[in-house]
Design a protein around this ligand. Structure first.
Ligand code: KG4
Ligand code: ZN
Length: 373
């Protein structure tokens, strides 16, 4: 089964082909160059960029793969969560292609697709699995009874882990998105483990709260203004971390530690609580590219004697391969949508409104508590 996947939920415009859940080709255009000027994603600009870039990306995908819409068996599109205007560009494109070529359509939960990127191309993945989803917009612990059956066990009450990285980086005058800077500058440097709080551990639940960490970093930098990065570096990440001030690098290592260790405590709590007996551990989302977090997860998995599944770094951040791969799984289970498929922006519960033979996937990714403001 050949699936075309379309991803436009935030600031990456991406199209990809997967055959039977395995990657064929992806064409992705990041909008970082546009949004970095504003220190964050500007929704209206994001929608306009998606519209501008979609056509050329699709043409390049089909030209370079030697395939056409006639070869595609199903069109999959990220339907949410995400920015409403951005999601609508992807949905309109997917519906037009599906209608024009007479192909079935399936709307994919973007968070579900992130998690499945960890088991992409793996037919031997062990379930039930405990999944850690850490991205710019979400932080969740999820129990996966199977690839299409997932239950949210805990989530952030305020900032996501990626937001904590990005806001801490902003305090340090590092460019947006700053997570990769904090990762690379802090790698190989000993953290001061007491410098920043590991927030919201003094309880018995599986939720997260990272906003206090952001404030702690901002306060520390305000008291030590010499820590702020002296010049605005280029966007691609710090090319030569060795040349950066050691004081700044140690703060980055300490931020990495505080976030990684907070995640560790909650992952271990889940493994000895509601996810006890999990046969594997997996992690996904942009922050799952962080080297300290990958090392931390490898340690947890080894201690619990379960395999760890991580996406390659390129498939941690937003991409269309994960949408196409999830689309293959949903279509294989007989789950489709008709042209009334709607976008589900951040904060709205994703409905189970598939048509077709299969059983609906497990509870939607957003739990029933109100979304933090
Ligand atoms: O999954 P993603 O691309 O977008 C969302 O769906 O939100 O995640 C983006 C987030 C950003 O906050 C970015 O700073 C963070 O992932 N990120 C990292 C790293 N690479 C990306 N955070 C820490 N370490 C990294 N290496
Ligand atoms: Zn994402």
């Amino acid at each position: 089964m050949l699936c075309l996947g379309i991803e436009t939920s935030c600031d990456e415009t991406a199209v990809a082909l997967c055959r039977d859940g395995r990657p064929v080709l992806e064409k992705l255009a990041s909008q970082t160059d546009v949004h970095t000027l504003f220190g964050g994603v500007v929704p209206e600009l994001a929608s306009r960029e998606h519209l501008r870039r979609m056509g050329p990306l699709l043409r390049a995908l089909f030209a370079q793969s030697g395939l056409s819409m006639a070869d595609v068996d199903v069109v999959a599109v990220a339907r949410g969560p995400g920015l409403l205007g951005s999601l609508l560009i992807g949905l309109a494109t997917a519906k037009a292609l599906a209608l024009g070529a007479g192909k079935p359509l399936v709307g994919v939960n973007h968070l579900h697709a992130h998690l499945l990127a960890a088991v992409l191309g793996r037919d031997d993945a062990a379930y039930p699995a405990l999944g850690l989803l850490v991205s710019g917009g979400h932080t969740q612990l999820v129990r996966l009874a199977g690839p299409l059956d997932f239950t949210v066990l805990g989530r952030t009450l305020d900032d996501a882990a990626g937001e904590a990285f990005d806001k801490a980086a902003k305090s340090l005058n590092l460019p947006y998105p700053g997570g990769v800077y904090v990762d690379v500058l802090g790698a190989g440097v000993e953290a001061d483990q007491g410098l920043f709080p590991r927030p919201y551990l003094d309880n018995r639940n599986l939720d997260f709260s990272f906003s206090g960490l952001k404030t702690a970093v901002a306060n520390h930098v305000a008291a030590h203004p010499q820590l702020r990065a002296p010049v605005m570096p280029t966007q691609a990440g710090p090319a030569d971390p060795e040349s950066w001030p050691m004081e700044l690098r140690r703060v980055c290592a300490s931020i990495n530690f505080a976030i990684a260790d907070t995640l560790r405590v909650k992952v271990e709590r889940a493994l000895s609580g509601p996810a006890k007996g999990a046969a594997s551990l997996l992690a996904a989302g942009g922050v799952a590219a962080n080297s300290r977090i990958r090392d931390m997860l490898a340690g947890v998995a080894a201690r619990h004697g379960v395999p760890l599944y991580l996406p390659p770094k390129a498939l941690c951040a937003d991409n269309a391969t994960m949408i196409a791969a999830a689309g293959c799984r949903l279509a294989a289970a007989g789950l489709f949508h008709d042209l009334s498929l709607d976008a589900v922006p951040r904060g709205r519960k994703l409905p189970w409104d598939y048509h077709g033979a299969g059983r609906a996937p497990g509870p939607a990714s957003v739990d029933s508590r109100p979304e933090p403001q």
